[in-house]
Design a protein around this ligand. Structure first.
Ligand SMILES: [Mg+2]
Length: 299
């Protein structure tokens, strides 16, 4: 097992190639890529937040993309705008799941690479978050004033999944790349705080002292259990990579965030399989079957 002691999150690295199709649990959209070794023994579950449980920040790439394009167009050695857009889209999809500050550090490199003089990464992070807030403020307000029900802003089946894991005594942790105060507020608005209690973590100003890998390390160190007793749920490569590195079972959540079609987003599915997802689900509407399978209550 590789050491997972790292604060800086590594880039996406594919290590499962040419995978066509797994085996579906009968009558469901739950795709088993490989039978998880830990079935029936799980005691801990780590969840990513945005795109995995919460849909509040849906559409963030279409906020980050244009901001990056606008800044890069100011650089001396910039390519034509169309090429630039494609490049930025790739860049964003390569870094999904990373903490925002690391995405912005990568972005500063892109500016330098084109002969530009970037501001501090924190300045771009602030600019991006201000723009994103503009986009999502009505969603937050809708929840605050009760106009929107939390279920409308959650991946379908979230409560069913969390309830089924809770019933089996699984301890749940939330670890997000979004700033911690925002994660805590949004978890509260979405009604998921009681499942996680004090174990809700997000990015902090001192970014070297927080990572999803560090949360996993702490869970394993404090509980003394083996990584094989751990489930990791995520729609990004970082949390799945970290789960696999610890010896856990990775559940890839390939949610079609925009249309909520109940079908897996093919792009996410492929990327998650590439970093070792053991199971792929389009959402959690079949949570009770998924959890029965994971706990060895069905074959
Ligand atoms: Mg995510």
């Amino acid at each position: 097992m590789d050491s997972i002691t790292t604060s800086r999150e590594s880039d996406y690295k594919r290590w499962v190639d040419d995978f066509e199709s797994g085996k579906f649990l009968p009558g469901t959209g739950i795709e088993i890529i490989r039978e998880p070794a830990g079935r029936g023994t799980y005691a801990y579950a780590l969840f990513d937040f945005d795109g995995t449980l919460s849909l509040l920040r849906e559409g963030w790439p279409s906020v980050m993309g244009p901001m990056m394009v606008e800044e890069l167009l100011k650089t001396p050695d910039c390519e034509p705008e169309d090429d630039l857009r494609t490049h930025v889209d790739d860049l964003i999809s390569q870094t999904t799941g990373k903490q925002t500050i690391y995405q912005m550090m990568d972005f500063c490199e892109e500016i330098r690479h084109r002969g530009g003089q970037p501001l501090e990464a924190t300045a771009y992070k602030k600019k991006y978050l201000d723009l994103l807030m503009e986009r999502i403020k009505d969603r937050l307000e809708g929840l605050r004033c009760g106009r929107t029900r939390p279920e409308e802003m959650l991946v379908p089946g979230t409560y069913e999944l969390l309830d089924a894991l809770k019933e089996r005594g699984v301890r749940m942790y939330l670890a997000s790349g979004t700033d911690e105060p925002s994660v805590q507020e949004e978890a509260e608005l979405l009604g998921v705080t009681p499942y996680f209690g004090e174990h809700i973590y997000g990015a902090i100003e001192d970014y070297r002292n927080y990572s999803k890998a560090q949360v996993i390390e702490r869970i394993l160190a404090e509980s003394g259990v083996s990584g094989s007793k751990m489930l990791g749920f995520g729609d990004g490569y970082v949390e799945l990579d970290n789960t696999k590195a610890a010896g856990g079972t990775a559940i890839g959540v390939a949610t079609d965030e925009q249309d909520r079609s109940g079908k897996p987003d093919p792009f996410k599915r492929d990327r998650l399989i590439g970093v070792g997802a053991d199971v792929i689900v389009p959402d959690f509407t079949e949570a009770s079957t998924l959890v029965s399978y994971l706990f060895g209550e069905m074959s």
